[in-house]
Design a protein around this ligand. Sequence first.
Ligand code: AMP
Length: 217
Amino acid sequence: MHFVVLMGGPGAGKGTQARLLQAALGLPQVASGDLFREHFANNTELGKLARRYVDRGDLVPDEVTIAMIKERLSRLDNAGGAILDGFPRTIAQAEDLDLLLANMNERISVVPYIHVDSDILLKRLAGRWTCRAEGHVYHDFFSPPKMPGICDVDGSELYQRDDDTEETQRRRIDVYFRQTAPLLDYYREKELLVEIDGERSIDDIQRDLVEVIRSVA
Ligand code: AMP
């Protein structure tokens, strides 16, 4: 099985790339942010607990997040692994993920890090639109949809995430550098980190990612 941890700041393109990787490699995308949004939509207890953190741009407490991921990974069946997008985001989560995988006799294959400078992250988050049906992502300037407000892929409505306000965006980028960026060294020390220049076209980045993942497969 292949477990790939996709790293990068908010707006670096993790979600877009994870979705393409899912199609290219047949590995399911496991996105913690999407799982939280599903809990909100279904009005679950976990969703109610997580909501105020997500709305502020803060991280949801580790024990809640880890329990949610553990449950999702227990349902992978014969998927052959997963592309983890947005998890782990703290050292404690990374350590728990290592334990979780060890219990399954598995380990992380590689950690591609999509590197984008922080001023560009903010510009990207500012114009971001997400499709209601499946979470396809667009941008006012960088990748506009063919018809404003409508998803090219499935025709559903595009909306701006509640946590995509300017204040929350700044907070999320700040939280990323304080709490998540230390993970880069964690994975660098384990010789799992591969840095990819994220300030290029979606296709170029995808090509590099596929190559990196295939090289460890
Ligand atoms: P994302 O869709 O990955 O940008 O995540 C949206 C929000 O969900 C984040 O700003 C956090 O509030 C929360 N979240 C997602 N993943 C995690 C995680 N691994 N740990 C804690 N909070 C998370």
